[in-house]
Design a protein around this ligand. Sequence first.
Ligand SMILES: [Zn+2]
Length: 267
Amino acid sequence: MKKSVYLIASLIVSTFTISSCSSWLGKVNIFPVEQDVALGKQVAQSFEQGSAAVVLDSTQNPTLYKYIYGVRDSILNTNLLVHKNDFPWRIRVIHNDTIQNAFCTPGGYIYVYTGLMRYLESEDQLAGVMGHEMAHAEKRHSTDAMTREFGANLLLELIFGTNKAQLLQIATGLAQLSFGRDAETEADNCSVDWLYQTSYNAAGAAGFFEKMQKEKNKVNIPEFLSTHPDPGNRVANMKKRWSEKGGKMGQTYTDRYKKMMAFLPKS
Ligand SMILES: [Zn+2]
């Protein structure tokens, strides 16, 4: 048992890859990719069953969902995501106008709060934030962090053993923690790189960061601003990356964003 476990661990550890928006190396993820999806599905289920999540029904809000899936598809259709076809990339909009947040579980279950959609001013900002959140899943930051935090041995016992409840507990706990500085920078970089291959303004997320910074006393600080590095540095980093790629001007799609707002549910 132990020998085969170590063999699997060493195989997986040695297959980390370097990608275009990778700003750091040395990932030590021991999880099979399918495990990200399985964990994400469980985290998504327990989140949606909790009282904090009022999920907008997709059949009752077809225009809204068509719009937000269109934004997602612009990102996926760049074909820059290694896990484009491995993950479901399912989106659920949470009806809560007081929370300006979005997040993505391992394996690509995306959640966007109506509070965030109301707060943003243009489609490139939404695309930038979604790109950032999707990058956490694509780069497998949660299972990578779990491997670092708990060590390969314990996790392999849990992954290939029978105690799945404990694994979910760890994953759910981690989903509520902040990502580290490197993970945030990598997600910012991915957001710029991916949007650069679309018609969007590639630094869309930076515009949002700036707005949040100016108004930080008025809003709930969301996942992507709650961690260091300093938001000011992050804006500068994203703009620098955009400029280094050639500084191509993109669209903000402000008009059609405003039109979409009419399809958000009444508060
Ligand atoms: Zn983040």
